[in-house]
Design a protein around this ligand. Sequence first.
Ligand SMILES: [Ca+2]
Length: 524
Amino acid sequence: MTKRMHLSRRQFLRIGSVAAGCGLFKSPGGWTCAASATRAKPNVLFIAVDDMNNDLGCFGHPFVKSPGIDRLARRGMRFERAYCQFPLCSPSRSSLLTGLRPDSTRVFDLQYHFRQDLPDVVTLPQMFMRNGYYVARVGKMYHYGNPGDIGTNGLDDRASWKERFNPAGLDKTALEPDIMNYTPKRGLGSAMAFLADKTGTDQQHTDGKVADQVIRLLEEHKDEPFFIGAGFCKPHCPWVTPKEYFDLYAMEQISLPPITPQTPNNYPTPALASTRPWPYLGVTADQARECKRAYYAAISFVDAQIGRLLDAVDRLGLRENTIIVFWSDHGYHLGEHGLWFKQSCFEESARVPLIISAPGQKTAGRASLRPVELVDLYPTLADLAGLTPPDHLEGFSLRPLIENPQTSWEHAAFTQVQRGDNPGHSVRTERWRYTEWAFGKQDAELYDHDHDPQELRNLATDAKYADVVARMNRRKYRFASIGDSGPPCGTPRLLSAASVVRRSPSSVRSTTGTRNHCLITDNI
Ligand SMILES: [Ca+2]
């Protein structure tokens, strides 16, 4: 069977209309347009996972089994230093899908919707819709409570989709009463809780149903340009999967990073404030190890569903004209510094797995070490698809890195968290992580990743590194107060100053003023 027989007539005509000007030829990798395959309105398969860190085979983990994601990595570019803008579902996803940083969306929690201040912002999926694409999502793309809102639209953005689907499987509809919860005072969405389902199949669980529905949409819409979001719920807790995925891991394999009672003394108080009680949310180390094993089971379960999507892309002949993006909304702590879950500025929380596979890509299977951000995905996809993006975007197209992962790259990556009224802002370059609490009013942290990848030695107050701190500060961002120093810097054009004041965390929660902050990269 020739490759052409895999192409539908309409799809072939779509490519052919471009091929008339560029010459369609068969290469070892399949059909290729001599000029640019991307001119044929490439499809986008946009795969999101919830709370997945980089413990994956393709990112170097020694035993976590992720053959599906590894397969995508062999087809695309792996970003070894990719970071979220805010390690919490809604702030991260709102940022990525609007192309704006959290300081611009004003989304710092799980309740606020970006449309309240940005009623007319054109989101990433909306941009594709406006360019004639079929645009749909299945499962969690914007925020919804996991598992509480599974099966609902949650905090969705209706304007972003032509169609949307909210599958719910056994994990949500039947198994919750059977879940082992080591933290019974916590809801299942933030609990140390798991269940190995002995009878249910993949396709009876929510994420199996997400994959089924995405595959149906691929089949139905393969002959028109599409942007389809596949939003998986796992490995977010509670870790409920068919038992076979738990069986992939033996308890003897699972260990926790070393901590001591003195560990908290090594860090500023807000740095460890995301895990209360500390450590491990109050469970024992052995219980935490069981939870870590369950988290890995959930990774492998989601990975199997992603493998099914890749199979469908190949079966339907879509591989040569489909951009595939795989991303997690943030990272995840599994015991580092005694922490669990997310919402810290440390590497494990801020870093995300990110893979982009693009038609005609010459760098398949390679990795880039440049610091990149989830807010870069919007301009990247506009660039790869040949679309004109709106002018409010705050990220940068990753196309230069996809074409040459070692090309020079002046950008750093920025991650922020919130501790009551006070934020923490963190900047990551290839070598350094610098974190500042409460706009510099509280302690700072500096880690040298060349010599301390686990971020165990805070160098911020070491005089030998004063020049590095100063450099990171200049490179990083400056903060301004509305009314203190002229117009609010960095405020997106779509936001009015008044709306910024209304949503500024300090102004919301305190009466001490209307301090606003914003981010400026100096790029020095
Ligand atoms: Ca999440």
